[in-house]
Every structure is written in C-alpha cells, then in structure tokens.
Design a protein. Structure first.
Length: 103
C-alpha cells in the first residue's frame, strides 16, 4: 500500500492507497473537494468540520440515488439489523423529501 498526498479545500492530506487504486482515489478526492468547495463558496457555512459533514451527506445521498445493478442470482438482499437496505433508502428518501439535496 502506498501513500499519496492530496489537497482538499486547500488543506493537504496524506492518504493510504492500495496499489492500482490511484485513479479511483484521485476521483474520490476531486468529488469531495468539489462538494466541500461548493458548500464553502455558498457562504452559508464557515466551519470546516460542518462543511465536511454536509459534503459527506450530499455525496452519500447521490450514491444512494444512483441506480444499482440487480443483485446476483441465488442471493438475498443485504440487511442491517434485519432491515433491508432498500427499506432504509426509502426511509432516507422520505425524510429528505423532494428537494434531493441537504443544502
């Protein structure tokens, strides 16, 4: 495993990266940097920690909204404490309403 230095919102970080995962890590860093910068530039939130949490929630929501491939045959849907992931995602969608973004 190698280490890579990246910059997010002007701050440098050293991250561990599996061999061959450099492109994926850089893509993830770019997504986080873009999301955090957009929140900062909107001027509503100043604290770096709060910006990071809001960016993480926005990115997680975007991932949840992406259509996923159907599960492989002969397997059951994943669950957390007996609740299926699809049910949890439906609850999140209902809580967020039609806005689609937390900001």
């Amino acid at each position: 495993m190698k280490q890579m230095e990246v910059t997010i919102m002007g701050q440098s970080y050293i991250l561990a990266c599996p061999d061959g995962g450099e492109a994926s890590l850089l893509e993830a860093v770019a997504s986080v940097d873009n999301e955090m910068s957009a929140i900062r530039d909107a001027g509503k939130v100043k604290a770096r920690e709060r910006i990071a949490v809001l960016a993480a929630l926005n990115l997680a929501y975007q991932l949840a909204e992406q259509p996923s491939a159907p599960p492989p045959r002969n397997t059951t849907s994943a669950d957390v404490d007996g609740v299926q992931i699809g049910t949890l995602l439906a609850r999140i969608d209902a809580a967020l309403g039609s806005d689609g973004h937390l900001l």
